[in-house]
Design a protein around this ligand. Structure first.
Ligand code: KIV
Length: 265
């Protein structure tokens, strides 16, 4: 049985941290599943990581459903969430309900994630009332990049912290079962944490959240560029893969590969 919403609440109450990672394809999802990750997120970060775009704004509903479907194929028994892409839920609650419904029906994921606080609380309520579990996402919201003026740390001053707390409370009241807190000092995350009962998942939000999320490629060291401060590379898979491919190339050129054991008899 996949973990469910109640299990995440229990984990929070028991002080057991929740480990979330993104995945965009069948192989990554299988690896996340084998590693025993608690929740897998099909993030709209696929626009930057998979497609090489500058930001997540261009991700489409069709792309999210496509990736969510193939991720879910590998993760029948793991709670899986799909990001609602930019402009698939902002226009009104009816549009959001139609699109979130499509995501769940067509991909089989267990929940959706939306960016925004108070401003989308009504929409979150409508989704939850109709059987669609929602994770909120506040702080640095990549879909708001053009308003925020870049990837900037949020909640550095008191009025911003108050706003984060108000947004988190509004999402909780609307029925969100979890909130992602992105890029904020850990004191700001703690203020949010102390004012709500649902689990919080941090990314660049310090140590006190109920769990952490990282982008798969960041966590396994697959990207060429230096990662942001909040990222830890848990392995250096880019160099491992490059070394492997260099050996492959050398062995093809020298005739070492294919060897006896690679040849059909
Ligand atoms: O799109 C994404 O991958 C995300 C996580 C970084 C939280 O929203």
């Amino acid at each position: 049985m996949p973990k469910g919403i109640d299990d995440f609440i229990k984990m929070k109450l028991n002080g057991e941290k929740i480990a979330m990672i993104t995945a965009y394809d069948f192989v990554q999802a299988g690896i996340a599943g084998e590693a025993g990750i608690d929740i897998v997120l099909v993030g709209d970060s696929l626009a930057t990581t998979v497609q090489g775009k500058d930001n997540t704004i261009s991700a489409t509903l069709e792309e999210m459903i496509y990736h969510a479907k193939i991720v879910k194929n590998a993760l029948k028994d793991v709670f899986t969430v799909c990001d609602m892409p930019f402009m698939s839920y902002q226009v009104n609650a009816e549009q959001a309900l139609m699109n979130a419904g499509r995501i769940l029906k067509e991909s089989g994921v267990n929940a959706v994630k939306t960016e925004g606080g108070k401003v989308i609380a009504g929409t979150v309520k409508r989704l939850v009332e109709n059987g669609i579990p929602v994770i909120g996402h506040i702080g640095l919201m990549p879909q708001f990049i053009n308003v925020l003026g870049g990837y900037k740390v949020q909640g550095k001053i008191e009025p911003q912290i108050e706003k984060l707390v108000d947004d988190a409370k509004a999402l909780e009241d609307a029925g969100a079962f979890m909130i992602v807190l992105e890029a904020m000092p850990e004191e700001a995350a703690l203020s949010v944490q102390n004012n709500i009962k649902i689990p919080t998942i941090g990314i660049g939000a310090g140590r006190f959240t109920d769990g952490q999320v990282l982008v798969f490629y960041d966590a396994v060291g697959m990207l060429p560029q230096k990662p942001p401060k909040f990222v830890k590379k848990f392995t250096d898979s880019r160099s491992i893969l490059i070394d492997g491919l260099k050996t492959y190339k050398e062995e093809v050129k020298s005739g070492v590969f294919p060897a006896e054991e690679n040849i059909y008899k």
